[in-house]
Write a protein that binds this ligand. Structure first.
Ligand SMILES: [Zn+2]
Length: 256
């Protein structure tokens, strides 16, 4: 009995020492990580690009060395959770990307004009996303932010005012994200009406859903608006989606 108690005590002691070593090691490493964060990030950039260089031959770069030929002009939020790899194709030379907080046209009109008037992309994709911090800020008090941030969030007031979202905060947040996309689409439909009428441009509004708010799968890009059309049934019947299977159309076209 006595022996067992001693060995149990020994075991507990060893466990405590082990825990102490483990916790002090993880504390030290997290501290080191914080201290060397920029260096670690630079390593990530340089090493990552080094792998990219070795993975691609000269032939990969030849088609676009003298000019770019994107097929999509995309305006999306700067949010790091939204990236072009969600489309699962190599975005190089395919997407002309413009980003700002809240995927707002008015902040980047010149860049979007460039994609439409100079690069002649047939699609202008306005991609909002769930849990957008810019929309959340516009729904809250953001007076403590810098003047530059305040100025950019101020421009979201009109889309949110027109949305008239109802329900609890998270419901209104999602509704406002979608309404902001609608607002930006309407702005572009007016701005590029001549090209749209000629069939040379289609403005698509969509929401990237990484929380499965629309219940169509985590990471789904939900199409919510085409050329200002917001009726789900009409969007699904649009000839613009004729190359997409009925099943997939029923999955991706939706509105809350
Ligand atoms: Zn955002």
């Amino acid at each position: 009995m006595k022996k067992r108690t001693v060995s149990m005590a020994k075991g507990i002691m060893l466990m405590c020492i082990g825990l102490l070593i483990f916790s002090s090691t993880s504390f030290a490493s997290s501290k080191t990580y914080l201290k060397t964060k920029p260096a670690s990030v630079l390593k990530l950039i340089v090493n990552g690009n080094n792998k990219f260089v070795h993975k691609h031959s000269k032939n990969y770069f030849l088609p676009y060395q003298t000019s770019q030929h994107p097929v999509i002009t995309m305006i999306t939020c700067s949010d790091a959770r939204v990236q072009t790899n969600i489309f699962n194709f190599d975005p190089i030379n395919k997407i002309f990307v413009i980003r700002n907080i809240g995927n707002q046209i008015r902040i980047s009109e010149g860049s979007i004009d460039y994609g439409i008037y100079h690069l002649h992309t047939p699609i202008l994709l306005i991609l909002g996303h769930v849990h957008c911090g810019a929309i959340k800020a516009a729904m809250s008090n953001y007076s403590d932010e810098t003047t530059a941030i305040v100025n950019e969030i101020d421009k979201l007031h009109l889309p949110l005012l027109l949305a008239k979202a109802k329900g609890n905060f998270s419901q209104r947040w999602l509704e406002n994200v979608q309404a902001n996309v609608d607002y930006q689409v309407a702005f572009c439909v007016k701005r590029y009406s001549r090209l749209i009428k000629k069939g040379k441009l289609v403005v698509v509004g969509a929401v990237y859903d990484f929380i499965n708010a629309y219940k169509r799968g985590f990471g789904r890009v939900i199409i919510t608006n085409i050329n200002g059309m917001t009726n789900v049934k009409k969007i699904k019947h649009s000839p613009l989606l004729k190359r997409i299977s009925k099943k997939l159309k029923n999955t991706v076209v939706d509105r809350i």
